[in-house]
Design a protein around this ligand. Structure first.
Ligand code: DAH
Length: 338
């Protein structure tokens, strides 16, 4: 009898473990714990066992029964929970399987380059400030020595909101906004979006610039070259040569276009640099005394330099991209490479 009890216990445990469906619970209960089950039959036969064995066997049978009922209740809870989570019919959850990773998003390549540019200048002690995309005609032009009807306005292809409001065409207005509020010494960069009514393989109507300027006593063009040299060395490498060509901007005097040796052919001449060995990199110059007067600085006391660079352009050079529009078509096959 004892053997039979133990065998039944084993069978019941094995069958219970194999149950995966709520509908199989009731047949199991009937088979092993019901009034007509083999187990109940064995319990009834207890009375016929030798009197000396009866207490021991009774105790064993009871323990087995209580045990089975507990296991059965636990199984029931497990299957009900599985049903609630919609896992019925599925094989038991395998907790040892590795998880499925969700694809990670990334920063846009232009954002990455912009952050890199800012980090390099922050490393040289420049503060960062951002200004409004919708700008006044005053800050975008007048304060930068570009009065109404000045021919330099033609270069900007401006989107006007109304007579006096526009989408800023460059980040230079931040020079005036910051200088107006603070006194030298000043070292600032201003990253942000700018807008021009222009679109082809090297222009998009919205693009990004980083403006930079430094004002103090006795600032020279040599300081500008020094700072830009460090920037170029960190952005590309310290073997990348730079040169300054005379240029014109109403808010700087003298003004320069800064070129760097072509990062594709290393100055040998190729399609990207149009065989010149040089790439236009940014506009810069010594801040014009007229700009200082607008913000109430004495041009006899202070001098400073300023520069403005196009972020997309630098990103194109850095990654060897020849069509700026790729950055804004949102093709994930393109964007995921960065
Ligand atoms: N604002 C000019 C542009 O968008 C770029 C520029 C040139 C900025 C010379 C400067 C500068 O600060 O000194 O074309």
């Amino acid at each position: 009898m004892e053997e039979e009890l133990l065998r039944l216990q084993q069978e019941a445990c094995r069958d219970l473990a194999a149950l995966h469906d709520l509908n199989d619970l009731e047949p199991f209960r009937v088979q092993y714990l019901g009034r007509k089950s083999e187990f109940t039959g064995l319990m009834r036969q207890l009375g016929q066992a030798a009197e000396a064995d009866r207490p021991r066997l009774g105790k064993l049978a009871n323990e087995i029964k209580i045990d089975l009922e507990k296991l059965f209740a636990a199984k029931k809870t497990e299957l009900e929970e599985a049903a609630r989570l919609g896992l019925t019919g599925a094989p038991a959850l395998d907790l040892s399987l590795p998880g499925r990773t969700a694809p990670f998003g990334k920063l846009h390549p232009v954002t990455q380059v912009m952050e890199e540019i800012c980090a390099i200048f922050e490393g040289m002690g420049f503060g960062v400030a951002e200004g409004p995309d919708v700008e006044t005609d005053f800050y975008n032009f007048e304060a930068l020595n570009i009065p109404k009807h000045h021919p330099a306005r033609d270069m900007h292809d401006t989107f006007y909101v109304n007579e006096s409001l526009l989408l800023r065409t460059h980040t230079s207005p931040m020079q005036a906004r910051i200088m107006e509020k603070q006194r030298p010494p000043l070292r600032m960069i201003a990253p942000g979006k700018v807008y021009r009514c222009d679109s082809d393989i090297t222009h998009t109507p919205m693009f990004h610039q980083v403006e930079g300027f430094l004002v103090d006593r006795k600032v020279s063009f040599g300081d500008l070259r020094g700072i830009l040299g460090v920037f170029i060395a960190k952005m590309f490498d310290d073997k990348t040569a730079m040169r300054a060509r005379p240029s014109f901007f109403p808010f700087t005097e003298p003004s320069a276009e800064i070129d760097i040796a072509c990062v594709i052919c290393r100055g040998q001449g190729c399609r990207v640099c149009k065989q010149t060995g040089w790439l236009e990199f940014l506009g810069a110059g010594m801040i014009d005394p007229e700009v200082f007067k607008q913000v109430g600085y004495d041009p006899e006391e202070y001098s400073g330099f300023a520069f403005g660079l196009g972020v997309e352009r630098i990103a194109m050079l850095k990654y060897g991209i020849n069509d700026i529009r790729l950055y804004y078509e949102n093709d994930l096959r393109f964007l995921a490479q960065f």
